[in-house]
Design a binder for this molecule. Structure first.
Ligand code: PMP
Length: 384
């Protein structure tokens, strides 16, 4: 059998054997007591993973983009003004979704590889009448993490609803929904939870649920959360067939996260990111993202002169590791390496060795073994 390649693109991420095993089980009835219990548990576990006691979770077949669309349709009405806080690619997507539904959205765009600062956000809120602010937590094209806790504080001060796109963050970076007063978190299965793609995941705060109920009719059917609400309260109810196997897999992903402990999991993501970045820098590579905006979930790395995107990624794949190319304007200039989900220490070390080997084979000068040594040093540090 051909050996599987290590998938280090910024989502989907490697799938843990416990999840793979569950995916091989036969499909059962979506209204069977076994599945109803599993779905209920997944909803409860999701609330634990995003630190909410009061929120209403939704787990719906789809992807992150569907989650974005559902959130827009169920929180924004035509008289609302929305501010999208963008660190790059996915903020623009959110703005496009608003535009597709004829809704008004302004965009505040950070400098490349950085995030919008809390002061910049505050200035915007002080001089405009926004009812909703939507921000990407980690932009998967630029590798920049936004200070969402500070954004949440500012939004609270201005009485503005605050929505977080956590597709490249939730489950790997801290997002405390109740404590930080985030109104809605949207995410997907395939990134920090390490489950195959196929789910749109959303948690609404009580305030966001009240707003949705006040909106009454919206121009949506499958995407109307009020049609899903009875199912999420009691998964034996039917609205549209839930994806049984995927939800079972997602629950296992949540169990893995909760067994590890969320605080420990965030720390592991932080340490892994630090070890990888230290190794990349030891190799003499430059990061696209500016410190202190480095995300713990992926690194975006410039190619050194003379190294071509296709050659590098092709040879690296032959050496057992798959990374992603640049998105949009960054195509051909950078590669993106995901380091989120259930990635183990030995997988990281294997990837770094493969990187060294690939760069050396393409004529790049480096001292083989130095980068992995540097990564081990970081792994051996005690971090908070
Ligand atoms: N938001 C962010 C931050 C993302 O990284 C992605 C996917 N890379 C999406 C939204 C869209 O998710 P999907 O590809 O699952 O539709």
């Amino acid at each position: 059998m051909k050996r599987e390649k290590l998938l280090l693109i910024p989502g989907p991420t490697p799938v843990h054997p416990r999840i793979i095993n569950l995916l091989s089980l036969p499909t059962i009835s979506h209204v069977s007591p076994e599945f109803v219990a599993e779905f209920k548990e997944a909803l409860t576990n999701l609330k634990k993973a995003v630190f909410t006691t009061e929120g209403q979770p939704f787990i719906i077949a789809g992807t992150g983009t569907l989650a974005m669309e559902i959130v827009v349709l169920n929180t924004v009405s035509s008289e609302n003004r929305v501010l999208v806080v963008s660190q790059g690619y996915f903020g623009q997507r959110m703005k496009d979704i608003l535009t597709s539904f004829g809704l008004q959205g302004d965009l505040i765009q950070s400098k490349p590889g950085e995030a919008v600062t809390p002061d910049e956000l505050e200035e915007k809120l002080a001089s405009n009448n926004y009812t909703v602010v939507i921000s990407t937590h980690v932009d998967t094209a630029t590798g920049a993490a936004a200070p969402i806790r500070s954004y949440a504080e500012i939004c609270q001060e201005y009485g503005t609803m605050f929505i977080v796109d956590g597709v490249c963050a939730t489950g790997g970076l801290e997002e405390r929904m109740d404590d930080w007063h985030i109104d809605v978190i949207l995410t997907a299965a395939q990134k920090c939870f390490g489950v195959p793609p196929g789910l749109a995941i959303i948690v609404f705060s009580p305030r966001a649920m009240i707003k949705r109920k006040k909106m009454a009719k919206i121009h949506a059917y499958y995407s109307d959360i009020l049609r899903w609400l009875p199912v999420m309260k009691d998964p034996s109810q039917y609205f549209s067939t839930p994806c049984v196997n995927e939800i079972r897999a997602f629950n296992e992903g949540l169990r893995l996260a909760l067994e590890e402990g969320m605080e420990k999991r965030f720390r592991r993501h932080r340490q892994t990111a630090q070890a990888i970045r230290a190794a990349l820098q030891e190799m003499g590579l430059k990061l696209f993202t500016r410190e202190p905006y480095w995300a713990d979930t992926l690194s975006v790395v410039f190619y050194p002169p003379g190294i071509r995107d296709e050659d590098f990624r092709g040879l690296l794949a032959q050496n057992g590791v798959v990374v992603a190319g640049g998105l949009g304007e960054m195509k051909g200039k950078v590669f993106r390496m995901g380091h989120m989900g259930n990635l183990s220490h030995s997988q990281v070390m294997f990837a770094l060795e493969a990187l060294e080997k690939t760069l050396a084979a393409l004529g790049y000068k480096l001292n083989k073994g130095q980068a992995t040594k540097r990564a081990e040093e970081v792994f051996n540090l005690k971090i908070n």
